[in-house]
Design a protein around this ligand. Structure first.
Ligand SMILES: NC(=O)c1ccc[n+]([C@@H]2O[C@H](COP(=O)([O-])OP(=O)(O)OC[C@H]3O[C@@H](n4cnc5c(N)ncnc54)[C@H](O)[C@@H]3O)[C@@H](O)[C@H]2O)c1
Length: 438
């Protein structure tokens, strides 16, 4: 009896001879590639950025939270990277970790996913598993990926296998890694799900199968929408509490003592990163094609995106109370990464605060040990480099805005020497004359 594609692939996965290709070696793709290498699989990475390929092939990391030694060990084990899509023909598994941003009309932009798929398509062959990990709207895998693969004459479910398995990468999280974070997966057919589950079961303790790729796609969106909506809620409550002269941080701490039915979310200067500000609008867009308006998601988005301007307004008010104007002030922004202890500035509220301050005429600078210079971005070109914090700098500044609460900052030292601090992260819990909680 001839061996089926499914049996062949399962055998190669089980004896770890299956060659794993990862397309898109960013915040998601690189750690995944290392996980498979550390689990004993041969791995080959694909990216269009030759700088990343050079780094990896010489055993170096380009992310602060991934040490060179981890990449170097994988390179010694044979891990390699390439810009050549033609090498997709050498792999048994192709996992796609491409960006899924919004376009200028705030609609899903699948061009990175489709562009790379078109690139590897001529080299796909029978007995291959294709996985999509990029966050996207329900229906993408079956409506956009499957027909393109089948246009090559490969039948999904018998010749090749297709799954969607959303990434849950949390850069910088020391407690949860791929191994101890359950991995959700949906297959286009039951055979796809079986093959995909066998693969991910090699790098994670718990695979969570769901009945379709659509269900897996919506699972990821639910996780991120849950965060976006709750962040919007707490930012709204923060503004109410401030008017009522109530400390929202005290209230959250008190509410969090409830042992059931409450999960604390914390206010801040707005939200950032590649996921939370973007992903909810993938669902909003798709829901509209079904005639449904996702009002709660939209309102949370409005509240969160208004936060950087609200913070700048608070800074202007506090300066005014000291007889100064924002337009003539020198302002230091502490932290421009979108969250603490990482180097990612995508969609960061700290950048939006800097931009708004600059637009209003303030003299701005920033300090961020993870972001030595601010490169040109799609919507911002601030031409700034991180400054060192010392007493001379702190006493020169009219205002300091804590936008990202990196652990590396010496908050007591900063408070001792600052004229005015706008604290958006609840870093200063007591009462200080020079601190405005915001
Ligand atoms: N960053 C996170 O923490 C995180 C967490 C969960 C899910 N996600 C999702 O995972 C996906 C990837 O996000 P990311 O943060 O890794 O993005 P990223 O921008 O860090 O990495 C994407 C990589 O893809 C490469 N690339 C772009 N076009 C390409 C092409 N045509 N061919 C090959 N490579 C190409 C880029 O050079 C880059 O290295 C997104 O859908 C995102 O929403 C991200």
């Amino acid at each position: 009896m001839s061996v089926t594609a499914r049996e062949k692939l399962l055998r190669r996965i089980n004896d770890k001879s299956a060659r794993i290709g990862i397309v898109g070696l960013g915040y998601v793709g690189l750690p995944l590639m290392l996980d498979f290498s550390e689990a004993g699989f041969p791995v080959l990475g694909f990216d269009i950025d030759p700088r990343k390929i050079d780094f990896l092939n010489t055993g170096k990391s380009y992310f602060v939270h991934i040490p060179d030694s981890r990449v170097a060990s994988a390179t010694e084990r044979g891990m390699a990277a390439t810009t050549q899509y033609s090498r997709a023909g050498e792999t048994d598994v192709m996992i796609m970790c491409l960006p899924t941003p919004l376009n200028r009309d705030r609609e899903p932009d699948l061009s990175f996913v489709i562009g790379s798929l078109e690139g590897i398509l001529p080299f796909l062959h029978p007995d291959q598993l294709i996985c999509l990990e990029s966050t996207t709207y329900p229906g993408t895998t079956d409506e956009e990926i499957k027909p393109r693969i089948e246009s090559r004459g490969l039948k999904v479910g018998s010749d090749v296998f297709l799954v969607f398995s959303p990434e849950r990468e949390d850069p910088g999280n020391a407690q949860y890694s791929m191994r101890n974070t359950p991995k959700v997966i949906g297959g286009t057919t039951p055979a796809c799900l079986e093959v995909g589950s066998a693969l991910y079961g090699k790098i994670t303790e718990q695979v969570v199968p769901v009945s379709s790729t659509k269900a897996a796609e919506l699972t990821k969106l639910l996780e991120n929408i849950y965060r976006a909506v709750n962040i919007g809620l707490i930012n709204e409550l923060k503004m109410v509490a401030e008017r009522m002269d109530i400390d929202i941080w005290e209230v959250i701490d008190a509410a969090a003592t409830k042992p059931y039915g409450f999960t604390p979310f914390y206010p801040g200067p707005g939200y950032g990163g590649h996921c939370i500000p973007i992903d909810p609008f993938y669902l909003t867009w798709k829901a509209r094609t079904y005639g449904i308006e996702t009002r709660l998601i939209e309102v949370a988005g409005d509240i969160n995106t208004a936060m950087p301007a609200w913070v700048v307004g608070k800074a202007a008010d506090a300066l005014h109370a000291q007889g100064k104007t924002l337009e003539c002030a020198q302002v230091l922004v502490l932290g421009v990464a979108y969250k603490k202890n990482v180097d990612d500035v995508r969609e960061s509220p700290g950048i939006k605060i800097l931009q708004t301050l600059q637009d209003r005429g303030a003299v701005v600078c920033y300090s961020d040990p993870y972001v030595p210079i601010l490169r040109r971005m799609r919507e911002h070109d601030l031409k700034l480099a991180s400054v060192e914090i010392d007493t001379a700098l702190l006493s020169r500044m009219d205002c300091i805005i804590v936008a990202t609460d990196h652990d590396a900052f010496d908050y007591a030292f900063i408070q001792t020497h600052a004229k005015l601090i706008i604290d958006t992260r609840g870093r200063y819990r007591g009462n200080f004359e020079n601190v405005v909680k915001c």
